[in-house]
Design a protein around this ligand. Structure first.
Ligand SMILES: C[S@@+](CC[C@H](N)C(=O)[O-])C[C@H]1O[C@@H](n2cnc3c(N)ncnc32)[C@H](O)[C@@H]1O
Length: 275
């Protein structure tokens, strides 16, 4: 049941899922409280209990529609089509899994606001392979507990000594990235309305707050962040404390059209508390 992510999502971990999978300790409960496109969930094998949570209802409602068979109705598949993308933005289609998928994979970096399919054919091909893989996606999602809500509530609700929490939080607000993508979604040119309407909770954008919530968990925690001064500040002195290991990982990422660049990620791992 190793599957590529269905959605294209800002900060999605599709490219890193294989590496991250190797860092997963044995666990009974899998908790992904910043689910977004849930790349690692789709990549890894299922646990006994699987939890996907996000404060933004959009991906969670999409996953629920998928497991109820919503993608079986996509007539004509998902093509690289500006017209299809524009239709996917219309309110009347907002409850259709097919249009939701089109809106995500046809957008620029998964922002669900700007047409940008041409630059990312990879995701699109995986969307077209969908028909073959669909029963597997549905089956896997049927095994997940889907939760709309803040990451801290999700973690507390499912924490246990044999839980594993995988945290891929939004970037710190100072980076500007989260402001554009998750925290009210930035603004379209000439518009007062945010591009997307992801509900916000400023604490999730503070690496020190995320660290403190993670530190209190009985279960193991793996956190991945992009390299940013406030992340370094929050995790710099954690090495060795309470079993935390902090390390970096270089990853090749798309620079946009015309190339790749090496980006540094900061990873922090806390083992489960000894019983
Ligand atoms: C970097 S993305 C996760 C990407 C995901 N790992 C993937 O592979 O697609 C961060 C996610 O955190 C969510 N988020 C932001 N604030 C949150 C909060 N307070 N609680 C839970 N989720 C939150 C955003 O909606 C976004 O989906």
């Amino acid at each position: 049941m190793r599957l590529p992510p269905l959605l294209k999502w800002p900060g999605g971990k599709g490219r890193l899922a294989t590496k991250l999978e190797q860092m997963i300790p044995p666990h009974r409960v899998y908790v992904e409280p910043f689910a977004g496109g849930s790349a690692l969930f789709f990549r890894k094998s299922l646990a006994k209990v699987n939890v996907l949570g996000d404060k933004d209802p959009w991906p969670i409602q999409f996953f629920n529609r998928v497991r109820l068979g919503g993608l079986r109705k996509c007539r004509g598949g998902i093509k690289v089509s500006r017209g299809l993308f524009d239709r996917s933005l219309q309110g009347k289609h907002s409850r259709s899994a097919c249009y939701q998928l089109a809106r995500s994979v046809l957008s620029y970096h998964g922002d669900r606001a700007t047409f940008g399919a041409a630059a990312r054919r990879g995701n699109l091909e995986s969307a077209q392979k969908l028909r073959r893989n669909l029963p597997k996606y549905e089956q896997k999602l049927r095994r997940a507990n889907l939760r709309i809500g803040g990451f801290d509530g999700t973690m507390k609700a499912y924490d246990a000594p044999d839980a594993f929490h995988f945290l891929d939080p939004p970037w710190p607000l100072e980076s500007g990235y989260s402001e554009r993508h998750y925290h009210g979604g930035g603004k379209r040119k000439g518009s007062k309305k945010p591009k997307t309407k992801a509900p916000s909770d400023r604490r999730a954008f503070d690496p020190a707050y995320v660290r403190d919530v993670a530190d209190k968990m009985k279960g193991a925690v793996l956190i991945i962040y992009g390299d940013h001064p406030s992340v370094r500040q929050a995790f710099g002195k954690m090495n060795g404390k309470n079993g935390w290991q902090v390390f970096t990982m270089k990853v090749a990422t798309n620079k946009g059209i015309g190339g790749m660049e090496q980006r540094v990620n900061i990873l922090a791992y806390k083992p489960a508390r000894k019983r």
